[in-house]
Structures are given as structure tokens and as C-alpha cells.
Ligand binder design. Structure first.
Ligand SMILES: *Cc1c(COP(=O)(O)O)cnc(C)c1O
Length: 441
């Protein structure tokens, strides 16, 4: 489905952001979140699974994709939970009011204190490895807990197109590598020895992993759960956590693949998973948020070098670090707007869209055909709602932009502050500004 409504809302929001002064000569960068779009994605996810199973499903949003409290709260209002990977993300989920029973802790490097906190709260924990299971054994000897507990397995089904985001390779750092010699037998015995181990977790990877490979990983987890339950003679594993990772189409406004397509693929490939014998957990991140974020940056200067047109803007490595360092893997669409925030027309000219940072590679696009950008225009960097502007990179001490959620109606655009812009004073404070003499021993 191509979401023309989303494009229209974006145009309306860009113009209103300029008119209302969220961006302008003095504030050259802002990030916008489309609240209507976020709600629509959450509903698409929920209804896609409801259409293929009557089993209870907890959709735990992967907080790392957009670690902003009001976003977590919005998703919770749509019925989603939270998947967290450390004390910071857990605190964000709690600040958003996500119930511990709707929160899942998955980090590969949990300290004893973090495990203790999760068990005390009743947050679900997926242990990563045998050493972590031993820590849980020790903690459970002295503590009662409401936490559902599971183990992450790596089905070793292989990599997608981006190695750094493929978690089910033969040598991945995550989970218990299921196809290693003796591993499967060890996992089954570990469950048999621990009646409290009731969940099984897998996550095949993120962007670049095709849905068919995700489904293969899920099938491996399902088959293992069936084997464990057959071995122990009861339905000890009652919940399967499928992970997240649905890829996002960064090339156009068309959602592909959709949640509905993925849910139908699971029904075709792993029918037993959806027959109601297991409760399910999902952990989608990027596919829920990426589309709904737009970075709006002012064109400070327009110049040429060696015949190449270059727009020097305020959007660069600090808001899209992956795109700058790995442009082939993480291309982003860019839309041009004029000084009043209206879409810019004109014959396409091949241009570089540069960021403000002091290194030559700080480019969000190279040789991109766009109407010729000029001083005072704006560029919108699309699909940046996940793993981009919420993942600030503090190069050149560039400030974190303000993040504003918006809704549109015929009478106008309403903005709400999600995160205030970072001030220069706070940059100094975070850089030890209160203790300038600290090193003068
Ligand atoms: C990152 C991650 C996710 C979310 O991945 P997306 O590609 O953002 O959907 C889910 N589960 C785990 C364990 C993760 O590490």
C-alpha cells in the first residue's frame, strides 16, 4: 500500500513547522514525528496477527529503535509493550508507564544487578547464554519472581544483506547457537532441569533480513519448543518470542513487506505456531517508526565544486550516522522545500546534500537529482523515525535537534514537544563544564 496520505501530512507539517518557527534561520534543524502514522502502524501490526491467530500476542516495541518516552507512551496507548536491552531502556519504558508484565529484557550483557532489578519488577527476561542461566539459578534460589523467563537461541539460519544486523549467523554473538555440536541437547536438558523456563526467544536480525529467513528462524524456535515440551511431557514452554526485524522499504512510500504479509507467511510456514498452543511475543522496532520520522534542515549555503552542486545543510552525521558512514547500505530519500516550506519544483540537478560536520564524508546524498537547492531552502530527510535522529552522534558537539510530534487536520497542524532541542549550555555541562580544573592535579 502506498501511503499518499502520509506524504500529504508530511508536506502540511513541513510548511507548518516553518510557519510556526520550529525551524528557521536561528533553528536550522528539527525532527518531526507523524503521530497518525505511528498509530496506524501499531494498528496494522496488531490486526495483522489478530487475523492469523487467536493466541494472546504481546507486541513489545524494540525501544532501541526510538528511545523517546512519549513515543513509548503513544505505542502503549495503542496496546503495545516494550522490549528493552539495558537499564536505560528499561527506565524509559517505566517512565512511559509500560507495565513490567508487558516489558521484555533482552540484552546480551545483563549484569547481576540488572537481572535482580528485572526479577524484582516482574519484567520478562530472556537469558542469552548458559552463564546467564546460572546467574538466574542463583537469584531464583533466594527470590520469588513474577517474571516470565526464557532463553534466546540462535537458529543459525544465516545472514541477510547487512552483516552487522544479521543475528542468526553461524558465529553471531547472540543467544545459544543451536546447531553447534551438542547445543540442542544441552538446551533441551536445560529446560528439563528448570520448570520455570517457560519461554523461548529468537530474533533473526533487522534491516536486510528477508521475511522468508525470519520465518525460518521462527520455525526453528517453534520446533525446538515442541521438542522440549515432548521431552518433559507437558507444555512447559508456553510462549514463543519471535523477535522483530521486518525490513523497511527506504526507496518509496510503499510499505513492503507489510505486517499482514509477514503474518500470512508465518501461517503458511509455521502453522502450529499460531494454533493457540503458544502465546506469542513480537519485538518490532524499525518497521513501526522509521516511516513516521522526518528531519527538516535548512540549507545554509549552496555552492559548487568541480562542477558538482552542493547544498550545505544542517542534517548530517549527527542525525543519520549509518547513512553517512555506509551510504550504499542506508540510502535515505530527500525532499526539497522552498523557504516558506512549500515543496520545491524545478528541473532536477544532480547535487550533493551535505551535513554541517567537519569531515568530507558528511553527506546524506551524493549526486542526487533534486530541484536546485538554494540558501534558505529546506531539505526533508525522510524515513528517519527509527535509529536516526533519536540516535544522536555528538560529532563536532552538534546539538540534538528538538523532536516534535504532529497531527494534521483541515484547520491546521498541531505540534507537541517530544524532546526539547539540546542547548549549548547543556553540551558544555555534559562535557565536564562544571569542573574545568579537574585535570589540573
Ligand atoms: C534490535 C532488536 C529488535 C528490533 O529490530 P527491528 O529491526 O528494529 O525491528 C528486536 N529484538 C531484538 C532482540 C533486537 O536486538
Amino acid at each position: 500500500m502506498t501511503d499518499t496520505d502520509a506524504a500529504a501530512r508530511r508536506d502540511q507539517a513541513v510548511r507548518a513547522a516553518v510557519e510556526q518557527g520550529l525551524v528557521g534561520p536561528g533553528v536550522p534543524l528539527a525532527a518531526l514525528l507523524d503521530v497518525t502514522g505511528i498509530r496506524a502502524s501499531a494498528r496494522a501490526l496488531t490486526s495483522a496477527f489478530a487475523a492469523v491467530t487467536d493466541a494472546p500476542v504481546l507486541h513489545a516495541f524494540a525501544v532501541k529503535a526510538c528511545p523517546l518516552v512519549p513515543v513509548l507512551r503513544l505505542l502503549a496507548a495503542e496496546g503495545l509493550g516494550a522490549e528493552v536491552a539495558g537499564p536505560g531502556e528499561l527506565a524509559l519504558a517505566r517512565a512511559a508507564g509500560v507495565a513490567p508484565g508487558r516489558t521484555v529484557l533482552d540484552s546480551p550483557a545483563k549484569t547481576p544487578a540488572e537481572l535482580r532489578e528485572a526479577l524484582a519488577l516482574g519484567v520478562a527476561v530472556n537469558a542469552d547464554n548458559p552463564q546467564e542461566l546460572a546467574r538466574l539459578d542463583a537469584l531464583l534460589a533466594s527470590t520469588a519472581t513474577a517474571s516470565p523467563l526464557g532463553l534466546r537461541v540462535n537458529p543459525q539460519v544465516g545472514a541477510g544483506s547487512i552483516d552487522a544486523l544479521s543475528t542468526a549467523t553461524r558465529t553471531s554473538k547472540f543467544g545459544v547457537a543451536l546447531r553447534d555440536e551438542g547445543a540442542r541437547e544441552w538446551v533441551v536438558a536445560a529446560y528439563a532441569a528448570r520448570p520455570w523456563l517457560t519461554r523461548l526467544h529468537t530474533h533473526t536480525g533487522s534491516q536486510g533480513v528477508p521475511p522468508a529467513l525470519m520465518a525460518e528462524g521462527v520455525r526453528a524456535a517453534y520446533e525446538l519448543a515442541e521438542e522440549i515440551n515432548a521431552r518433559v511431557g507437558r507444555r512447559q514452554v508456553d510462549t514463543i518470542d519471535l523477535g522483530g526485524g521486518l525490513p523497511v522499504n527506504f526507496a518509496s512510500d510503499e510499505d513492503s513487506p507489510t505486517y499482514a504479509e509477514y503474518a500470512r507467511l508465518l501461517r503458511a510456514e509455521v502453522p502450529g505456531l499460531l494454533d493457540g498452543s503458544y502465546a506469542l511475543v513480537t519485538e518490532f522496532g524499525r518497521s513501526l517508526l522509521a516511516r513516521h520520522g522526518t528531519v527538516l534542515a535548512r540549507v545554509e549555503y549552496a555552492k559548487t565544486a568541480g562542477g558538482r552542486a552542493i547544498a550545505v545543510t544542517h542534517a548530517g552525521v549527527q542525525i543519520a550516522v549509518r547513512t553517512v558512514y555506509a551510504p550504499e547500505t542506508w540510502p535515505l530519500r530527500i525532499a526539497a522545500y522552498g523557504p516558506s516550506g512549500r515543496p520545491k519544483a524545478g528541473p532536477p540537478v544532480l547535487q550533493d546534500v551535505a551535513g554541517p560536520a567537519c569531515f568530507a564524508g558528511d553527506l546524506l546524498a551524493r549526486g542526487r537529482p533534486l530541484p536546485r537547492l538554494e540558501q534558505g531552502d529546506y531539505v526533508a530527510v525522510l524515513d528517519t523515525g527509527a535509529y536516526c535522529f533519536a540516535h544522536h552522534y555528538a560529532y563536532n558537539s552538534l546539538a540534538r535537534p528538538g523532536v516534535y510530534g504532529f497531527t494534521t487536520s483541515p484547520s491546521g497542524v498541531r505540534f507537541a514537544v517530544v524532546r526539547e532541542p539540546q542547548t549549548v549550555a547543556s553540551i558544555v555541562a555534559e562535557a565536564g563544564g562544571a569542573t574545568p580544573d579537574a585535570l589540573l592535579f
